[in-house]
Design a protein around this ligand. Structure first.
Ligand code: SF4
Ligand code: FES
Length: 368
């Protein structure tokens, strides 16, 4: 099939991060500091992305502010003509640094929220004082006037804070909030007992979001990723594999999605060795699950196959052991009932401890 050009690129600038969220979507094997792409290589990749058709660049991590050259990277991305969005916990950003990012042309900030009070946020992020710091950063972001999206990951421990998170987004002047129920990849997969929402929580969150969308129409856009283990149809993961977006890992590997390295038979090309354009159009990884030809039954004959593209390949791999299987979230999957029972069993483990993400092996670079 002929693929369309990508619209968005996620640049995972580093896996280093001051927080240790137990649901971190980064792979369990994190890239070390000495494996990270340097400033010049990233700048070249940004130019190649723009030539390929990418419009939006999401600068992410880990914590992208852990990169000392973040301002240079933003400037390079703007020079390449890309719209730049910084996805950050706020930790590592000073008022001065935000002003420099503004000056370099940063277009948008997406601030993550681990909880709506210090007790919850600092416990989940594993970083004492993180919430207070984040609130300070939110004020600076507002003072500069960056368009802001608040990004909150919900799970069994903090789902009751959703109404307050919505209020906080309005108070901060955010234009959008992304409410994502935890997706079980990376570190989150190891924390299903501690984080799995109950079925009741999943339903309540749907109702809260539906009400907020009515009440806040024109003020705040509410994006929502539901608790899919409790759902009957899967999400259209990545908008369809190799369809609209790509991720570049800190070491330069180009991934069709952030969890693609969890598919063991797959190999990935690297921007150090190949142009981004060749990787997007010709690589075996991007072509593996593009379109619909690779699908098995029941997806192959399903009328939703171009709606959700069979759901999430990484979830099929993690649960069924076959990345080309129907996402087990789907009610038509032979594994659906078992997944729902598994979700209920995980959510009943009330005393399960959190397993925090640990940082890359090599010592962290100090944040300036
Ligand atoms: Fe989607 Fe496949 Fe389920 Fe149909 S059978 S709804 S295509 S996941
Ligand atoms: Fe990889 Fe969904 S996270 S396809």
């Amino acid at each position: 099939m002929t693929a369309p050009p990508p619209i968005a690129m996620l640049a995972e600038l580093t896996h280093r991060c001051p927080l240790s969220c137990p649901y971190c979507s980064n792979p369990v094997e994190l890239a070390r500091l000495d494996q990270e792409l340097d400033t010049e290589t990233w700048a070249r990749v940004f130019r190649e992305a723009a030539d390929l058709g990418v419009l939006q660049l999401h600068l992410s991590g880990g914590e992208p502010a852990s990169r000392r050259d973040l301002t240079h990277l933003v400037r390079a991305a703007r020079d390449a003509g890309l719209y730049t969005n910084l996805i950050t916990s706020g930790i590592g950003l000073s008022q001065q640094r935000l002003a420099e990012l503004d000056e370099a042309g940063l277009d948008h900030v997406q601030l993550s929220l681990q909880g709506t009070n210090p007790e919850m946020a600092d416990e989940i992020g594993g970083y004492k004082g993180g919430f207070k710091r984040k609130m300070q950063v939110a004020e600076w972001i507002g003072a500069i006037g960056f368009p802001l999206t608040l990004n909150v990951v919900l799970h069994r421990r903090n789902l009751h804070q959703l109404p307050r998170a919505l209020e906080m987004a309005v108070e901060m002047g955010a234009r959008r909030i992304e409410v994502a129920t935890v997706q079980f990849h990376g570190w989150a997969l190891q924390n299903r007992d501690a984080l799995m929402p109950t079925r009741e929580q999943a339903k309540e969150a749907m109702a809260t979001v539906a009400q907020a969308r009515k009440d806040l129409k024109g003020t705040l856009v509410v994006d929502f990723v539901p608790a899919d283990y409790h759902d009957d149809f899967p999400k259209r993961c990545m908008g369809g594999w190799g369809t609209s977006g790509l991720n570049v890992a800190p070491d330069g590997e180009v991934l069709p999605c952030h969890a693609a390295q969890s598919i063991p038979h797959m190999t990935f090309d690297n921007v150090r060795e190949k142009p981004l354009k060749d990787i997007w159009y010709k690589s075996s990884s991007f072509n593996a699950y593009r379109g619909t030809e690779w699908m098995q039954e029941p997806c192959q004959s399903c009328d939703r196959k171009t709606v959700d593209f069979g759901g999430c390949r990484c979830q099929a791999m993690a649960i069924v052991g076959d990345a080309s299987a129907t996402d087990p979230v789907c009610i038509k999957s032979p594994h659906h009932a078992a997944l729902q029972a598994q979700a209920d069993a995980h959510s009943a483990k009330v005393d399960a401890p959190l397993t925090y993400r640990v940082g890359p092996v090599k010592a962290r670079e100090p944040v300036t």
